[in-house]
Design a protein around this ligand. Structure first.
Ligand SMILES: Nc1nc2c(c(=O)[nH]1)N[C@H]1C(S)=C(S)[C@@H](COP(=O)(O)O)O[C@H]1N2
Ligand SMILES: [Mo]
Length: 197
């Protein structure tokens, strides 16, 4: 099983090797939002995976909390060139949420409260590569950073980690989300500097 910790410990001596090209390191945590912060009451909150007609999987806040939780320590990389090392989160791996989802679709659109969208290939959400997180640094995730819950896909640029996430829709073809429509890369690998197209 893949470890939820992406190896922060022991790499500190060689910080440069963990910094993707064109990035600089910051200890602060910038807030990057394309619009106003939506506020969702926990009793109204739900997360759904839409795999097709009649195949929608939905979790309430209580149901999410009842699932196995993982602590994740990972580096994050924003397309605006800042990177932050060793961020700590708590949440549910997408592998758990996709366990009972049956679909042949290879692409997904991630949706947020407030209307933000971003496209991510299904493979990039599975096998220990993505989480639905609701804690940062041992505290409930602040709303500015996507609380009550956001997606965390740390191996891609951080715009793929949708804040205030509301659900995932399976797609047969790769369609652009909000930033991708506005010139950002369809995939967004920081190690290949896939910033724009
Ligand atoms: N819903 C939503 N999610 C979003 C964004 C946004 O504007 N709306 N911005 C993205 C971008 S460009 C980045 S870099 C990160 C920023 O997350 P942060 O504000 O916690 O640093 O969130 C991503 N997720
Ligand atoms: Mo970003």
């Amino acid at each position: 099983m893949a470890t939820p910790t992406s190896g922060f410990t022991g790499r500190r001596q060689n910080r440069g090797a963990n910094l993707p090209p064109g990035q600089y390191l910051t200890d602060s945590f910038p807030v990057m939002s394309a619009g106003p912060t939506p506020h969702v009451l926990l009793r109204d909150w739900s997360f759904q995976i839409a795999a097709g007609p009649g195949r929608t999987h939905r979790w309430s806040w209580e149901e999410l909390q009842a699932l196995p939780q993982e602590d994740v320590t990972t580096d994050i990389h924003c397309v605006t060139h800042w990177s932050k090392f060793g961020t700590t989160w708590r949440g549910v791996t997408l592998d758990t949420l996709f366990e009972d989802v049956e679909s042949d679709a290879e692409y997904t659109m991630v949706h947020s409260y407030g209307g933000y969208t971003t496209n991510v290939p299904l493979d990039d959400l599975l096998d220990g590569k993505a989480w639905l997180v609701h804690e940062f640094d041992g505290e409930p995730l602040p709303s500015a950073h996507g609380g009550p819950a956001r997606l965390l896909v740390p191996h891609l640029y951080f715009w793929k980690s949708a804040k205030w996430v509301s659900g995932i829709r399976m797609m047969d073809q790769d369609l652009p989300g909000f930033w991708e429509t506005n010139g950002y890369n369809m995939y967004g690998d920081p190690w290949r500097e896939e910033r724009y197209w």
